[in-house]
Design a protein around this ligand. Sequence first.
Ligand code: SF4
Length: 379
Amino acid sequence: MERVNLLDFDLDGLTAYCAELGEKRFRAVQLFRWIHQKGEARFDRMSDLARSLRDKLELVAEVRPLSILSEHASADGTIKWLYDVGQGNAIEAVFIPEDDRGTLCISSQAGCAVGCRFCSTGHQGFSRNLSTGEIVAQLWQTEHHLRQRLALPAGQRAITNVVMMGMGEPLQNYSALLPALRTMLDDHGYGLSRRRVTVSTSGVVPMIERLRDDCPVALAVSLHAPTDALRDQLVPLNRKYPLAELLRSCSAYLDKAPRDFITFEYCMLEGVNDQPEHAAALVALVTGRGGAVRVPCKFNLIPFNPFPASGLRRSSKEQVMSFARILQDAGIVTTVRKTRGDDIDAACGQLAGEVQDRTNAQQRMTRSVIRVVPTSAAS
Ligand code: SF4
C-alpha cells in the first residue's frame, strides 16, 4: 500500500486526515508545524507528538521529498535544482537571493500545454500536473536545506517570497495549486504574506476569478502583446480568452488582491513586439483607451532568452530601454528584469531547457536516463 504523502495536505486537509486516524485538530497543527516550520520528516523525532500517533504515522504516512537530479549554483548566488518527478520527467526550482529577500521560483506542472512561442518549456510539450505534495516539496526542501547551508539563526527564513513562475501554467493545475498556496500562507506553515506569494498566469480567465475568491495572492499576467492578433500568435491561450476578457478579469481580481496593481510580464522579442507602436498600444490598452477596461498595473519587461527552436531574437538593450520610457512617460511603473542565473540556464523561459524534448519522455524512461547537459554558460 502506498503511503500517504503528508505534503499533499494543507492544514485543513491534514486535520481531516488526522481525524480519520482518530486524532484531534491540535495534533494536526503540531504535525503541520513539525513538517513545515522545522523541516522534520521523521516521525520518531517529533518529540511532542503522542507516541500512539507517531506509531500510526510510521505505518501509513510519509513526508516525501523530491529526488534531486542536479544542482547548479550561479556566480551571482542563484541556485537551480532539477528534480526527477518520475517517468522521465524533470522539473526545476530556482532560488534567487537579493539583499532584502530570498525568492523561490516554483514549478506547477511537468512541461506545459499552453505552448507560448518564446518559452522553451512550452516547446517541450506537456507531461502531467504536479501533485500538491510535489509543488510544496520544492519549497519545503529548499527552505530547510538553505537554512542549514546558510547557517541561519533559529526563526530566520531563507525564502521570503515565492513566485509560481517555473515550469507550467499554475492555473491549469488549480486543484493542486490551492492547498499548496494555503500551506505557504498558513501561520503554522511558512507564514508568507499574500503580497509575497505570486501566481503567474498566461491568462486562464475563469481560474483568475476563482483564485480571487479562494485565495487572492499577488497576480502576474504574461501579456507579451498589445493586440489580440499578435497575442494569438505568441500566447495561444489568447484565442480562448482574448485581451478584453483578460483585462476585465484582472480588474475584478484587484477587488480582493493583496496589492493594488497587476504585474504584466512582457517578453521583449526583436521586431515582433518591441516597437514604439507596440508600447503606445499597450498604454492605450491598460489605461482603457483601447476600449478595454482600465487596469492599474506595473510592467516587467523581460529580456528574451533565445533557444534554437524559437526562431526569435532578444531585443537590444536600447530597444528595451526606449520601450520602457514610453510606458514610464505614460505614468506606468516599468521595470526591466535583471537576468539572474544566466550561467546556469536559470533565466526565465529556460527552465529544464537542458532536459530533452518531453515528447521523448517514454523513450528516455526505458533507458532510465534523464540527459542533463553540463551547463558552463547559458522560464
Ligand atoms: S510561458 Fe508559462 S504558460 Fe507559456 S508555455 Fe511557458 S510555462 Fe507555459
